[in-house]
Write a protein that binds this ligand. Structure first.
Ligand code: PLP
Length: 394
């Protein structure tokens, strides 16, 4: 290891100080790119409550999402994907305490949003190749648990087949919501009857600092979620309740004009940024594959348009331990993404319905997230490749 580092340093491409590799660095527009938008806020003097920048961000996002489907879509911005998920699940109108399937291998917010919507997460296994829940797995898990809905997760930013999940909903009556928090730019909404939620958190593929987006082919659903994001106050003529009165006990999940400004500036640079991240991912993956042929397993399916994570399976828990150790020594950050698995959070054990999840357990045993950030140099990629090679050949 030492020898590799000094060799690279001698080549002059990587000095000792820059050897510390972070796990990720958020891609958020610089202040100069925000300025024109911030000046518009100064002039309009509207800072939140569906102001002109939020309306413009929603219109631009709608045009983009709409260009990928034949169905008319509707959307509403929210202050985070977590609140977007909570509201999307509430809008299903299921009886309190309903069981809702959620894959074991996902970010904790997938599960907390189910609990906060008043339901019971049923922890479900994932497919060994895609690392995602599939309609087959969901059907079996629903039979075993009596679940009324499934929160399908586009985990690691990998898109899921929205049309297939819509067909699943139609065939089984099990309601579907898609958590596409990390999959903006890859996950499309090719269905009229399911709700898809995206995140605009600083570390996700479209960064507004904090923020989220709820998309549906069903205008009543997004209208309802907009009301719920504004305390539950009736904003339109859909309900029997007079305008301005409460329809339901909502929350405050509105996106501010400042966050919309960052979101708009992010959209301005999105194509270029996505292309950089996508090509970096491909080069990085080939570098690891070339150095350690057939030792590594990758998540199946198309690589996201704008990946923000880089995860690989090492083939055994022992190899992963070795790699973590070598990386720590070399100043390379790593993370066991989405661990502990959802059912292993002890404090919530009494509030969930765990099913056996053998595939998720296997994946969790040897999965490791490696550094991934858009200005990663070839020398840094080389350093990670060498370190992975050292781990898999020990
Ligand atoms: C990031 C993430 C969330 C939460 O998104 P926020 O906008 O930060 O609330 C939910 N689910 C998944 C799968 C995520 O990756």
């Amino acid at each position: 290891m030492r020898k590799i580092i000094s060799q690279i340093a001698i080549n002059g491409r990587l000095d000792k100080q820059s050897i510390h590799l972070p796990l990720l660095t958020p891609v958020v527009p610089p202040s100069a790119a925000l300025l024109p938008y911030l000046e518009r806020i100064d002039s309009a003097r509207q800072y939140t409550n569906f102001g002109p920048l939020v309306i413009e961000l929603e219109a631009r996002l709608l045009r983009i999402l709409q260009s990928h489907t034949r169905h008319p879509l509707h959307l509403v911005t929210v202050s985070s994907a977590t609140l977007g998920l909570e509201l999307a699940l509430s809008a299903l109108d299921l009886p309190a305490g309903s069981r809702i399937l959620v894959p074991a291998l996902t970010f904790v917010a997938s599960m907390t949003s189910i609990l906060r919507a008043g339901h019971i997460p049923v922890i479900t296994d994932v497919d060994s190749a895609s690392w995602l829940v599939t309609p087959d797995l969901a059907e079996h898990a629903a039979k075993a648990s009596g679940a009324k809905a499934v929160l399908v997760v586009a985990a690691f930013g990998r898109s899921v087949d929205s049309a297939a999940w819509s067909a699943f909903q139609h065939a089984t009556g099990i309601r579907v919501v898609i958590d596409a928090a990390g999959a903006y730019g890859s996950q499309w909404v090719d269905a009229t009857d399911i709700t898809v939620v995206y995140s605009m958190h600083a570390t996700k593929s479209l960064a507004a600092g904090e923020g989220g987006l709820v998309v549906s082919g069903h205008a009543v659903t997004t209208h309802r979620i907009r009301q719920m994001s504004n305390f539950g106050i009736n904003l339109g003529a859909v309900d029997d309740v007079p305008l301005g009165q409460l329809v339901w006990a909502g929350t405050n999940a509105k996106l501010s004009e400042f966050h919309a400004a960052v979101g708009l500036a992010s959209l301005d640079m999105w194509e270029e940024q996505a292309s950089t991240q996508h090509h970096l991912y491909l080069r990085y993956q080939s570098s690891l594959e070339a150095r350690s042929p057939s030792a590594l397993t990758w998540q199946a399916g198309p690589i996201p348009a704008s990946p923000t994570l880089f995860c690989v399976r090492l083939g055994s828990a022992k190899r992963r331990d070795i790699l973590e150790h070598l990386c720590a020594e070399a100043g390379i950050a790593t993370r066991r993404w989405y661990q502990p698995l959802l059912h292993k959070h002890e404090a919530l054990a009494d509030h969930i319905y765990p099913l056996p999840v053998p595939e998720a357990e296997k994946i969790a045993a040897d999965l490791l997230g490696l550094p991934f950030f858009s200005d990663m140099t070839e020398a840094q990629i080389e350093l990670v490749s060498h370190t992975v090679y050292s781990a898999v050949t020990q």
